[in-house]
Design a protein around this ligand. Structure first.
Ligand code: KG4
Ligand code: ZN
Length: 346
């Protein structure tokens, strides 16, 4: 592979990959070395920019990525103590995501790769989330039951190795993060909904007994009815308690997730349970998943809380996996807003 190596002559050779993530509302860059340790990870959030609209505004996101991506990359390289020309490769999120936002990351990655003479690899954002478990734990057993719960996705997969997934089931309507965001917006609590609903509900009881959608339906999820139940409750009771609603909503979501995970562990008995995506930052989910994993004698794999939401370190790990498996991409690849996981039987 072209490029020089990262350490002075005589020292151990270090191979470093620069990863770039701009698929939604975080502009992120990271340097990850080839034993998958993170040398730097910088995330510039656009939350403040989108908060007043209650969700991500695509045009604003693209423009903010354009302004922020170069300083974020410079900072990631500086914190890693590495010059661009000493990198081994560049990885960038190719999809799924907002087309204009993805384009900023991809164009930047290609330009830098051309300038520095490096190979570039396009990474599936969902594979990035699934690879985020390596940010907590380098020893990752397979097969895994892997739950991906983010703003855009809610799917349960069975994973037999990096890049090898079988779909067990997914949501028929909203993702769970989307349900959190919509409920928070409806209650006037701002964007994103996850952290604020978590905070409100901490320690509060589930008094409202909202429905647990599709509990009996295999591995299929649905969250839009639960959101409607919240809206109906609030309309019927103008004196409603935010804390009660938040706690009861979170409890209903968690009961569904845990029930599906329990079913999968009972059916497959896999040695590891992975939980990834923005909702994996939820302290309740982290605690309940640990209890479940202990009950089954299964290892819980979960990214550090700060690496559950979008970041470039996870794209770096998935980038190394893809580079080793398939080599670099031709420089002609572009954004793929609807990119899915490629499923193969476990
Ligand atoms: O993975 P992510 O950063 O972006 C996507 O790929 O979609 O996930 C963002 C989602 C948002 O819907 C947000 O409300 C949710 O993750 N989220 C949380 C928490 N932090 C973020 N949900 C529950 N608890 C949290 N602490
Ligand atoms: Zn994400």
């Amino acid at each position: 592979m072209p490029g020089h190596h990262g350490r002075p002559a005589g020292g151990p050779v270090s191979r470093n990959l620069l990863a770039i993530e701009t698929s939604c509302d975080e502009t992120a860059a990271a340097v990850v070395d080839d034993d998958l340790s993170v040398r730097s990870s910088v995330v510039a959030s656009q939350i403040d920019l989108h908060a007043e609209f209650g969700g991500v505004v695509p045009e604003l996101a693209s423009r903010a990525h354009l302004e922020t991506v170069t300083p974020v990359i410079e900072r990631a390289l500086r914190e890693a103590g590495i010059a661009g020309g000493d990198l081994t490769a560049i990885a960038v999120t190719a999809g799924p995501g907002l087309v204009g936002a993805l384009l900023v990351g991809i164009a930047t990655a290609k330009a830098l790769a051309l300038g520095w003479g490096l190979p570039v690899v396009g990474v599936n954002h969902l594979e990035g989330h699934l690879a985020s478990v390596y940010l907590a734990d380098r020893e990752v057993p397979f097969p895994q039951i892997a739950l991906l719960v983010s703003g855009g996705h809610c799917m349960l997969t069975r994973c037999s190795g990096p890049g090898r997934y079988e779909l067990l089931g997914e949501t028929v309507d909203d993702s769970i993060g989307e349900a959190y965001d919509k409920v928070a917006r409806y209650l006037g609590l701002g964007y994103p909904g996850g952290p604020v609903l978590d905070r409100l509900s901490a320690g509060a009881e589930d008094l409202l007994a909202f429905p647990r959608p599709m509990l009996a339906d295999g591995y299929t999820f649905s969250f839009s009815g639960l959101k409607t139940a919240v809206v109906n409750h609030v309309r019927a009771d103008p004196g409603f308690s935010e804390t009660e609603v938040a706690a009861s909503f979170v409890a209903a979501c968690m009961d569904v997730l845990i029930a599906k995970l329990r079913r999968a562990l009972e059916e497959f008995g896999d040695p590891a349970l992975a939980i990834v995506g923005g909702v994996a930052a939820s302290p309740v989910l982290r605690a309940r998943a640990q209890v479940l994993a202990d009950e089954f004698g299964t290892r819980l794999l979960i990214p550090p809380q700060a690496m559950a939401t979008d970041n470039a370190a996870m794209i770096g790990v998935a980038g190394w996996h893809k580079l080793r498996r398939e080599g670099a991409d031709a420089a002609t690849f572009g954004p793929e807003p609807d990119l899915r996981l490629r499923f193969a039987p476990a």
